[in-house]
Write a protein that binds this ligand. Structure first.
Ligand code: GNR
Ligand code: NI
Length: 168
């Protein structure tokens, strides 16, 4: 297994629209395992393939306390959403920025598991937020897009400076 490199805002590759997965082969299984390893290694609760520069509709999530409940979802589609839930969101692609975002607090999402079997998940609160955050990534959207232009610009400037200092 390997730890993958996570793209960081304002990298334009985070804006690409991911394409449906239609080939569940060994290399896809390796990618899923590497994404899970990368997510756990980074201390994140979710990771979208877009973030590791693979533009396929694939995400992994683990919102459990014990970090022992990996969830893999491919070609996700939200079939219903309601309510509201506010959470201070962060993103592995936007390091060191956390902002309150309100999203639907209850969703039903369908998709495929890592074996290609159809699954339907009913999610509330944190899991609902996380699934929506990951699906946004697959559509080239970041949580900073929900903020004011001023806040987004401040975050962009801060990260560009960090990247310069890191020689990225
Ligand atoms: O680790 C993460 N935490 C988080 C907190 C609130 C809402 C969404 C998330 S997902 C994020 C990992 C990540 O960047 N996934 O794309
Ligand atoms: Ni993210």
């Amino acid at each position: 297994m390997s730890i993958l490199t996570i793209l960081e805002f304002p990298d334009e590759r985070l804006r690409k629209i991911a394409k449906p997965v239609n080939n569940i082969d060994n290399s896809l299984q390796t990618l899923i395992d590497d994404m899970l390893e990368t997510m756990y290694h980074s201390g994140g609760i979710g990771l979208a393939a877009t973030q590791v520069n693979v533009h396929l509709r694939l995400l992994v999530i683990d919102t459990s306390e014990e970090k022992n409940a990996p969830l893999c979802l491919m070609n996700p589609e939200i079939t219903s959403k309601d309510g509201e839930f506010e959470y201070k969101e962060g993103c592995l692609s936007v390091p060191e920025s956390y902002e309150k975002i309100t999203r639907p607090g209850h969703i039903i999402v369908k998709g495929l598991d890592r074996n290609g079997a159809e699954i339907e998940i009913e999610a509330n609160d944190l899991l609902s937020t996380c699934i929506q955050h990951e699906i946004d990534h697959l559509n080239g959207k970041l949580f900073v897009d929900y903020l004011s232009p001023l806040k987004r610009q401040r975050i962009k400037t801060k990260l560009e400076k960090m990247h310069r200092l890191e020689g990225k």
